[in-house]
Design a protein around this ligand. Structure first.
Ligand code: ZN
Length: 462
């Protein structure tokens, strides 16, 4: 072992010496100033982002029409190629621009229900094209060639489901290659042999920053290529780039950035693409509090991707420390969609009222409502009791409220009611693992209550 590692050190030393001889200086000295600030990118996004539906509602037809329009608008700038088709015959396209020797490959929506970055890629396309003559953007276009596959799993996206039409998780098909989508991604990687890959996903809305009740709005991972989670120059670059990305969004999402589990997954694309020679940064977009979450999350994706590309073009990525990535806290699982703190609970099954925090999870689905593709958040009571170590995307102070089953569909906010005899009913109960249908009541004296809020298990996002 000792001899092997000494030989390796000699080799590393020789490479470092060659580097210094050929460049005349250490890479740190070559880094140029950043072209963009977080504030500058965020405000450009606010003023210029592309007009697209909320990410879950973006269809393949929309993506395809836009890509063709973009490519036709400036054929000298953009190259659009068709890689192939999904099982249902939807075209999977590859857009490229830039003239630099350093090729990067970004792919989004390998999981059909993970759409945030797809929208951000269109903002990136608009940014590069609109500002192509500005020195800082031209510097990126001179240094880099940027390749994008904006929707790798269009059949899954159509159904807003993780898997493809075969029911296969494409991200576990890197070795068997039984999915057309997976084969197309591998072929493209092999053809381009890019120097860096960006694997763009969404993570569940339960995901927190470990040790806090804060949502992990963005989690980053410099993907491992072996069980030992070793470093090589490629993974080290991925770590540095992930650190740059962290710093770029820290002012917008302080305390809401996590590190994704870095365990090697032998079947996954990120891990194998790294192994095949293209280091990969995984970006997982998580939850954000409030109804306007998509705005914040798409903007974060835009800022961190442009910042990464800028840092690659200026040499700041190579010169960065991996510590900014390494020091990120790992992901946890302590964020709830709604958290009602210290309510008085009436289960509806005869158990005497007791105090509990009520934790409700929310999962985004897309389904037709009145003939329209609509986002519906499906909510479930996940846990209750002492949830003091959890956080909520929405927190409701329940200390002055009673939580009971919805015993009548006629209940309306503001109604003054008395509680029914739940013991005589069997239909309405609430509890963990049940759909989150409950009413919050405020006591107004004489055993009477005012209806304060109705929480329904299916919430339509308008
Ligand atoms: Zn995913």
């Amino acid at each position: 072992m000792a001899r092997v590692s000494r030989v390796r050190w000699v080799a590393v030393g020789a490479v470092a010496l060659l580097w210094v001889l050929s460049n005349g200086s250490a890479p740190e000295a070559r880094a140029q100033e950043a072209g963009f600030t977080t504030e500058g990118l965020a405000s450009w996004w606010d003023g210029h982002h592309v007009d697209l539906p909320r990410p879950p509602l973006i269809t393949h037809a929309e993506v395809d029409t836009r890509l063709q329009r973009v490519a036709a608008s400036d054929p000298g700038f953009f190259t659009l190629a068709t890689l192939g088709a999904s099982n249902e015959g939807r075209a999977i396209r590859h857009l490229a621009f830039g003239r630099g020797p350093f090729h990067v490959l970004m792919w989004s929506q390998m999981h059909g229900d993970e759409p945030t970055a797809t929208r951000a890629l269109f903002d990136l396309i608009a940014f590069f094209h609109m500002r192509r003559d500005e020195p800082a953007v031209a510097r990126m276009l001179d240094a880099l060639t940027i390749h994008m596959v904006p929707m790798l799993n269009p059949d899954g996206a159509e159904r807003f489901q993780r898997r493809n039409l075969q029911g296969i998780d494409i991200n576990r098909d890197a070795l068997m290659l039984q999915t057309p989508e997976g084969r197309l991604l591998k072929d493209l990687r092999d053809q381009l042999n890019p120097r860096l890959g960006f694997n763009l996903h969404n993570q569940g809305w339960r995901t927190s920053v470990a040790g806090t009740g804060q949502p992990a709005s963005i989690s980053l991972l410099a993907v491992s290529f072996d069980e030992a989670r070793s470093d090589n120059p490629g993974r080290l670059l991925a770590k540095k780039v992930a650190g740059v990305m962290r710093d770029s969004i820290e002012p917008l999402a302080a305390g809401r950035i996590g590190k994704y589990d870095d365990e090697f997954e032998p079947r996954a694309f990120g891990d194998n693409i790294t192994k095949w020679g293209t280091p990969v940064v995984l970006v997982e977009t998580g939850p954000w509090p409030g109804p306007d979450h998509d705005t914040h999350l798409v903007r974060l994706n835009f800022v961190l991707l442009v910042s990464a590309l800028d840092a690659l073009a200026t040499g700041r990525a190579e010169a960065a420390s991996p510590d900014r990535y390494e020091s990120l806290p790992f992901n946890g699982s302590s964020v709830l969609y709604q958290l009602i703190r210290r309510a008085t609970v009436v289960m509806g099954n005869g158990v005497a009222p007791f105090r509990a925090d009520i934790g409700i999870t929310g999962t985004r689905t897309v389904r037709p409502v009145e003939g329209q593709r609509t986002i519906v958040i499906v909510k479930r009571i996940d846990e209750w009791g002492d949830l003091s170590t959890f956080g909520g995307l929405e927190e409701i102070d329940g200390s002055d409220l009673w939580a009971t089953p919805i015993w009548s569909p006629a209940l309306k906010i503001g109604d003054v009611v008395t509680l029914p005899d739940f013991a005589s009913r069997t239909a309405a109960t609430i509890g963990p693992a049940q759909p989150a249908n409950l009413v919050l009541l405020k006591p107004v004296g004489n055993d009477r209550f005012r209806v304060d809020r109705l929480i329904m298990a299916e919430e339509i996002v308008r």
